[in-house]
Design a protein around this ligand. Structure first.
Ligand SMILES: NC(=O)C1=CN([C@@H]2O[C@H](COP(=O)(O)OP(=O)(O)OC[C@H]3O[C@@H](n4cnc5c(N)ncnc54)[C@H](O)[C@@H]3O)[C@@H](O)[C@H]2O)C=CC1
Ligand SMILES: O=C([O-])CC(=O)C(=O)O
Length: 272
């Protein structure tokens, strides 16, 4: 049975921990770390099988686990990924936006090669990455249109330099248009899905992103438009937000759990 370590005990990390604890996934959660001691304590208190709470991320990386799941932040990926790979752990990354920084991407790829480790990127809050990958060489255009309630966008770096105040948005409005490369920096906790699309498709400079703030939105909606020599397709997902973090969709958690099941060796593998 695989031993799992968890970096980040928030909305996604906690649900993954509950899925393991309930026996839904054939794995053992043995070590966890969150820089908020309160968040790791709250999680441990709710688990039947108590993992060790490490004092720092270095101790998590060095703990006797097979896989570490990052469900923390892009900063955590930037700061900790090398140490995790050097400690010869496979890693699942949720804060995928960090990988659009070329130097981080190279560290990850070199680390995987040098230490013979794997990195897993679950499909997160979107669907259709199988299709995007399949037509990768024939794609001319990929656009992601994300609509969230301003409440879910609040706190993004974007607002530090923008004249838009998320608290004062009263009608549906396009607040951002640009490419994925820039979008993941301005909205690090909202648009990691743009990084997934970029990595599977035509790259982060060519992948277009539009973000709409809609005060009437009760869902996190992602629309993907892809076009090229192969034809075209469009996909729309209307995600229920996670109750503990409105920025994060429930689908992102479920996709991570499904990915973990696959890693832990479910006998039935469906789809690509
Ligand atoms: N790939 C995808 O489709 C999606 C990715 N995400 C990303 O996944 C990550 C986790 O999401 P949630 O669980 O909803 O976030 P959350 O905010 O509910 O939980 C994050 C937890 O990680 C901790 N944390 C943050 N930075 C840390 C660090 N450097 N070291 C240690 N602990 C740290 C926080 O204290 C918090 O407890 C976020 O970066 C989020 O943007 C979220 C949704 C979809
Ligand atoms: O969960 C979502 O809807 C998308 C999200 O936050 C992300 O990609 O970072």
């Amino acid at each position: 049975m695989k031993r799992v370590g968890l970096l980040g005990c928030g909305a996604i990390g906690s649900e993954i921990a509950f899925a393991i604890d309930s026996g839904k996934i054939s794995a053992k959660l043995t070590h966890i770390y969150d820089f908020s001691k309160d968040n790791s304590k709250k999680l441990v208190d709710k688990l039947q099988n108590k993992p060790v709470v490490t004092e720092n991320v270095g101790l998590l990386a060095a703990s006797p686990v097979d896989l570490i799941i990052e469900a923390a932040s892009q900063d955590a990926v930037r700061d900790d990924i090398l140490s995790i790979l050097q400690n010869r752990k496979d890693v699942m990354i949720m804060s995928v936006g960090a990988l659009l920084d070329e130097s981080i991407f190279d560290i990850v790829m070199d680390g995987c090669r040098d230490f013979n480790k794997r990195v897993y990127l679950p499909s997160g809050a979107i669907i259709g990455l199988d299709g995007i990958r399949a037509v990768q060489d024939e794609l001319d255009l990929v656009t992601l249109v994300t609509t969230k309630n301003p409440r879910a966008l609040k706190g993004a770096k974007f607002f530090e330099t923008s004249t838009i105040d998320p608290d004062k948005i009263t009608t549906s409005v396009v607040i951002y248009e640009g490419n994925a490369q820039e979008a993941v920096k301005l909205f690090p906790a909202n648009i990691n899905v743009a990084a997934l699309l970029s990595l599977a498709g035509i790259g982060s400079e060519k992948t277009r992103v539009k973000i709409i703030a809609d005060p009437c939105a009760s869902k996190n909606t992602h629309e993907i438009y892809a076009e090229g020599k192969f034809g075209k397709f469009s996909i729309k997902v209307e995600n229920v937000p996670s109750p503990s973090n409105p920025k994060t969709s429930r689908l992102a958690t479920l996709a991570a759990i499904e990915c973990l099941k696959k890693i832990c060796g479910t006998p039935l593998n469906i789809g690509t």
